[in-house]
Write a protein that binds this ligand. Structure first.
Ligand code: 48F
Length: 261
């Protein structure tokens, strides 16, 4: 094997590069236009659409990895499905797919997921991973940001490590936390909204309903993806992702409309 001569860089320079660049970026996102909570297909799609229109957007994800349920099609099998017309998003992302039957398309999930993550980052959305939602910021009955902590800190029992979270402010927040609807639940805890809980499986109904119900659920809070089902009691859809992608797009459209006001 041919030898390679890497540049001369010390350990301290590497540490400094990480700390400097992270701190600069974090500081610039303490205030943004839109905070998206949840980096599954709906959140990533919303982030990509917003960032590509020049909106300052930061996406918060509690896991180390982005993608949520988009890495697998279902039942630990890595083929994902979308129903027409959502194959247009696969085209947009450059994901290869095949028409399995009329209006039903199959793609390789790791391929589709990585293309979506790359497109979201390429568009300019900033990602904070290993960060969990702790609460919402509420000013005058308007969601105005989120309270967050490192996931590792949130996982430690309070009696062992009582470490306060920090707040990030934004004009709008998008709940893209999937079945958990974590942001909506913070409103519910205060009696400001009543989640209906997810309905039983009915794919033919659920996808249309999810996209149709994407809305500003409470002033300052837009809901997308499976969080919509949990919030409004809509049927679940199982391992098909068209409504996740299109609801993310819809959430971005609503956010852009609101930001113009
Ligand atoms: O679950 P997830 O993929 O949500 P989605 O975008 O898509 C749902 C589908 O994957 C699938 C389905 C329909 O096709 O039924 O389940 O609606 O992604 C949600 C992301 O939010 C993160 C979580 O780790 C996941 O990556 N998340 C959830 N709660 C929090 C959070 C929280 N409190 N703080 C930060 N991230």
């Amino acid at each position: 094997m041919r030898s390679v001569e890497f540049s001369h860089v010390s350990e301290s320079q590497i540490t400094r590069a990480i700390v400097d660049e992270f701190a600069k970026e974090f500081e610039s996102y303490v205030e943004s236009d839109v905070i998206i909570v949840g980096g599954g297909p709906s959140g990533l799609m919303a982030g990509k659409e917003l960032a590509s229109k020049g909106v300052k957007v930061v996406l918060i994800e509690r896991n180390n990895y982005l993608g949520g349920g988009f890495w697998l099609g279902g039942f630990l099998m890595k083929k994902l499905t979308v129903r027409a017309p959502a194959e247009s998003i696969l085209d947009e992302l450059g994901v290869p797919y095949k028409e399995y039957s009329k209006g039903l398309y199959v793609a390789d999930a790791p391929h589709a997921c990585s293309k979506l993550i790359a497109a979201t980052c390429d568009a300019g959305a900033k990602i904070l991973n290993m960060v969990s939602l702790d609460d919402v910021v509420l000013h005058n009955e308007q969601v105005s940001g989120v309270v967050v902590n490192w996931t590792a800190v949130s996982a430690i029992p309070h009696e062992i490590a009582a470490i306060d979270p920090v707040s990030l402010e934004s004009k709008l927040v998008i709940d893209a936390t999937g079945h958990d609807a974590s942001v909506v639940k913070k409103l519910e805890e205060r009696g400001l909204f009543k989640t209906r809980g997810q309905g039983a499986m009915w794919v033919e109904k659920s996808e249309n309903l999810v996209v149709a119900h994407v809305s500003e659920l409470y002033p300052g809070l837009i809901v997308t993806g499976m969080a919509v089902s949990t919030a409004y009691g809509l049927p679940r859809m199982g391992p098909t992702f068209g409504a996740m992608l299109l609801s993310g797009k819809r959430a971005a459209e609503i956010a852009i409309e609101k930001l113009k006001l």
